[in-house]
Design a protein around this ligand. Structure first.
Ligand SMILES: [Fe+2]
Length: 160
């Protein structure tokens, strides 16, 4: 398997500063995981990355779902299901890492995590960002405040 670093692409821009900022953070966490491929599959490394993903995703989804309600997304419940699926999968990885007894086992989980997160990122970005852009264009909705309490101060992007 070849693992490449994810690169930010023009089509990933939603036009909402805070969402784009959070997606860039997710991309950098996934790249951190990608760098561990064939180099480090220690339990503590994988646990550390997974806990960043977990913390990050829970808050990001909260912001995104709030925004979707504001924009009256027609596929809202479908997007929420995708978020739930993602969180369930993270929970599964979490359990798998902590129950694993051997290093072969850990590197299998690592490969599965790498595949899942990279694929998920690209699908999430293309379907969700496109939906956000379409709705904003269609309705001309201005999103001016998506701040929620779940991110730490340093994790907030300036609002546009
Ligand atoms: Fe997102």
């Amino acid at each position: 398997m070849k693992v490449k670093q994810l690169v930010w692409a023009e089509e990933y821009n939603s036009g909402i500063g805070q969402i784009d900022y959070q997606h860039k953070k997710l991309l950098s966490i996934i790249n951190q995981l990608n760098l561990t491929y064939r180099v480090d599959s220690e339990k503590s490394t994988l646990n550390g990355i997974l806990s960043s993903v977990k913390k990050y995703a829970a808050c990001h989804f909260e912001v995104e779902e709030y925004m979707m309600v504001k924009l009256q997304f027609k596929d809202y419940s479908q997007h929420v299901l995708l978020h739930t699926y993602f969180l369930d999968k993270i929970h599964y990885f979490d359990k798998a890492i902590n129950n694993s007894e051997s290093s072969e086992n850990l590197s299998d989980i690592q490969v599965e995590m790498i595949k899942f997160l990279n694929e998920w990122f690209q699908v999430h970005m293309l379907s969700e960002v496109k939906a956000i852009r379409d709705v904003r264009l269609e309705r001309g909705v201005k999103i001016d405040n998506l701040i929620t309490q779940c991110f730490e101060d340093s994790d907030h992007a300036p609002l546009n």
